[in-house]
Write a protein that binds this ligand. Structure first.
Ligand SMILES: Nc1ncnc2c1ncn2[C@@H]1O[C@H](COP(=O)(O)OP(=O)(O)OP(=O)(O)O)[C@@H](O)[C@H]1O
Ligand SMILES: [Mg+2]
Length: 699
């Protein structure tokens, strides 16, 4: 059985250059917005990458501004001091040794650091350094003009004094905090600009795409619609465009940024510390694999839940709307069982989804946590050894955390890209359809008189299954022809050819002697009004249903309705001509729908009237109304009528009897009756049904 609830997603490529290039043609008109978005994005990404670095500077420069004593040989000492005139990294002690700022050590290569330690020239103790004059008793030691407070003893300095002592550090921290706040604010503005501009560009592109798709579908010939069920077309124009929309919003907007963020973060990690960067990246493959599997499974489970929910709803809706049948035929138990099965499947799918989330979410978090823990352990050791400052370690941890999020999003984006590619393939598949009913470059546009003629017309919807064979007839302007015949004979098909919904395979259909293929479609269709077998009512107002968007005064609308005697029932509606119809005019009776369609045809005052009479019978009163309406419609027009009502047939100037695509009899009503052929038999059948008169009487 065809499962109409299954979404027709195809798993395939996540990137298809050809599709992406075609999609980009819809984005190109909005390239300025995209460019603006990219500029915003660069700014916000750089700022995002900058913030942890500011933390590092704050910690190393001000919070943990620690020094170690370094007994350097005099020549080296003097050159070091000369290289640092501002005294940021080196201070000279009266003993001849140097005070070396701890943070400056991380720049030295590990071998040099190891040598320093093994030589014993570099003290292990770390000190905060202040002016000797500010010394407090009992804390630290004084060396020349400096007061050295061991790191651990700082807490022994009274807090009030600390504020005064570390005034410069406090100022520095405050300055950095202000800078950081400004940058974060700027980053938010840029981030907003990025998302906003890109979303607008994306939505505009999708709008254009939907418009183009709708336009294309509208121009396609009916043979296309024979091959493509409406349901599927609706899915394409909504779901598939939505999949692209998702790609635009989720992928376009963030993919480039995420990629930049990851690349930038990794680069910074390596710049901070190569060894630690390698350790942090060690868990990335496991992390990516777990995220990928999770996203994939989660998506599959989500689709299954949606599918079953749709099925559950549909089952419920159908059972409830068909409740009469269910009860009358005592199908309650069976329907209950059916419902239970779907319900159980739905339950299982939900549990499945929960399990996937329950298993994978913690797993992914665990992997990320392991990565962070590794960084903490090895980073801590490196920090103790002087290879990494405290600030760098803190910044490193922030960067590592910042790296996992975009990485995890990337696997989701892969899935989105995959369905977007499948969707664009289907959408462009429709866009590539060419209408088969085309106009000539310079089609004939004339005032139409209304002579319709078929010359040896043969036609098939499907190859080798002819529906019309060698049909020849002519209707003079203002005259009428009635087409009768058994069901499936080809009556509606003749009408389809007159309207040029299809072109004949051989022979020609002409209007005023000009082949339809040479006439502009506009001229042709402006001169035709069609009332089809199944009266189609749009879910708009009655007035709109009659006007169909053609500008015409209300008087003309009401006049037309009056002439076909539809005004009576319309005025009895609560809203009259402004009453909004439900879908397909479900609140109107069959007869009323017919009358409304007649009013529509009459209001457009066509040269040619085409009427495919409905077979469904209506009550005698409505029957009479419809009959009179048809008379009104036919007056002064070329009329081609597929007729079932004996009264309509009798009124025609000529009757064509069609059987199996051929004209088997033709003539007037009395001529055909006299022949006692197919027409006579059809007629007898008809009168037996209506039971109003006998064949003999009518003849
Ligand atoms: N779109 C289509 N594609 C393929 N075959 C079609 C299509 N429309 C109609 N046919 C076939 O063409 C034949 C003629 O159909 P047509 O609609 O012209 O019959 P009809 O005389 O109008 O019948 P009815 O009185 O029941 O309306 C039928 O066998 C039908 O199955
Ligand atoms: Mg028909």
């Amino acid at each position: 059985m065809y499962d109409s609830f299954a979404s027709d997603y195809i798993e395939g490529k996540a990137y298809d250059g050809k599709m992406v290039r075609r999609l980009l043609t819809y984005v190109m008109p909005h390239r300025r917005l995209v460019a603006a978005a990219m500029a915003f994005m660069l700014v916000s990404t750089v700022l995002e990458l900058l913030i942890p670095y500011i933390t590092k500077v704050g910690i190393d420069q001000y919070l943990a501004r620690l020094y170690q004593v370094y007994e350097a040989p005099p020549a080296l000492r003097d050159s070091l001091l000369a290289s640092d005139p501002g005294g940021r990294d080196y201070l000279r002690l009266d003993t001849g040794a140097l005070l070396l700022r701890k943070a400056s050590l991380e720049k030295a290569d590990p071998a040099a650091r190891r040598r320093l330690r093994s030589e014993g020239t570099l003290g292990v103790a770390t000190y905060y350094v202040f002016e000797a004059s500010s010394r407090r008793d009992g804390v630290g030691i004084v060396r020349g003009s400096y007061w050295l407070v061991p790191e651990a003893e700082l807490s022994r300095v009274p807090p009030a004094d600390l504020v005064a002592l570390r005034g410069a550090d406090l100022d520095g921290i405050t300055r950095l905090a202000v800078i950081a706040a400004l940058l974060i604010a700027l980053g938010m503005v840029a981030g907003y600009g990025h998302v906003y501009a890109l979303q607008i560009a994306g939505q505009r592109s999708m709008y254009d795409l939907r418009t183009a798709l709708f336009r294309r579908v509208q121009t396609l010939s009916l043979s296309f619609f024979d091959r493509n069920p409406v349901g599927r077309l609706v899915t394409r124009t909504t779901n598939d465009v939505e999949a692209l929309n998702e790609m635009v919003t989720a992928v376009l907007v963030n993919l480039v940024k995420d990629a930049l963020l990851v690349v930038g973060t990794v680069a910074i990690l390596f710049a901070l510390n190569v060894r630690l960067a390698l350790i942090a990246l060690a868990v990335v493959p496991a992390f990516m694999a777990a995220s990928f599997v999770f996203r994939r499974k989660a998506r599959g489970a989500y689709r299954e839940v949606r599918r079953l929910l749709a099925q559950l709803n549909a089952t419920l809706a159908e059972d409830l709307s068909g409740i009469k049948i269910v009860q009358v035929f005592r199908r309650e138990q069976r329907r209950k069982d059916g419902y239970r099965v779907t319900n159980e499947q739905f339950y299982a799918a939900n549990i499945h989804q929960l399990v996937i989330f329950g298993v994978f979410r913690p797993l992914i978090e665990l992997i990320a946590t392991v990565g962070i823990a590794l960084v903490l352990v090895f980073g801590g050791i490196a920090s103790l050894q002087g290879g990494l400052t405290l600030g760098a370690l803190v910044a490193f941890l922030s960067y590592v955390r910042q790296m996992f999020e975009p990485l995890s999003d990337m696997s989701e984006k892969y899935n989105i890209m995959q369905s977007a590619m499948a969707s664009s393939e289907r959408i462009f598949g429709i866009m590539d359809q060419e209408p088969t009913i085309l106009e000539r470059p310079a089609p004939v546009q004339t005032a139409v008189r209304g002579r319709v003629s078929f010359q040896g017309v043969s036609f098939a919807y499907v190859r080798d299954r002819p529906v019309l064979r060698d049909v020849t007839f002519t209707v003079e302007p203002g005259k009428s022809i009635a087409i009768v015949g058994p069901t499936g004979a080809g009556k509606t098909s003749i009408i389809n050819l007159v309207c040029r919904f299809y072109d004949p395979d051989s022979g020609s259909v002409t209007l005023d002697g000009v082949d339809l293929r040479d006439i502009s479609l506009r001229t042709l269709r402006d001169s035709i009004a069609v009332v089809l077998q199944d009266a189609f009512i749009f879910s708009r107002s009655i007035e709109d249903n009659i006007r169909l968007g053609t500008p015409m005064p209300r008087d003309q609308v009401e006049g037309a309705a009056d002439m076909v005697q539809a005004k009576g029932f319309i005025e009895r509606l609560a809203g009259g001509f402004d009453e909004t119809m439900s879908e397909r005019g479900a609140t109107l009776s069959t007869g009323q729908k017919q009358l409304l369609c007649f009013a529509r045809a009459l209001a457009h005052d066509p040269k040619i009237l085409i009427l495919d009479e409905a077979t469904s019978s209506v009550d005698p009163a409505t029957e009479r109304l419809i009959q009179q309406a048809i008379d009104t419609l036919m007056r002064g027009r070329t009329s081609i009528i597929v007729a079932h009502r004996i009264s309509t047939i009798q009124r025609a100037d000529e009757i064509l009897v069609i059987d199996d695509g051929r004209i088997v009899e033709r003539g007037t009503h009395s001529e055909l009756l006299a022949r006692r052929g197919i027409y006579y038999n059809l007629y007898v059948l008809q009168y037996v049904h209506s039971g109003t008169q006998t064949a003999e009487e009518a003849g």
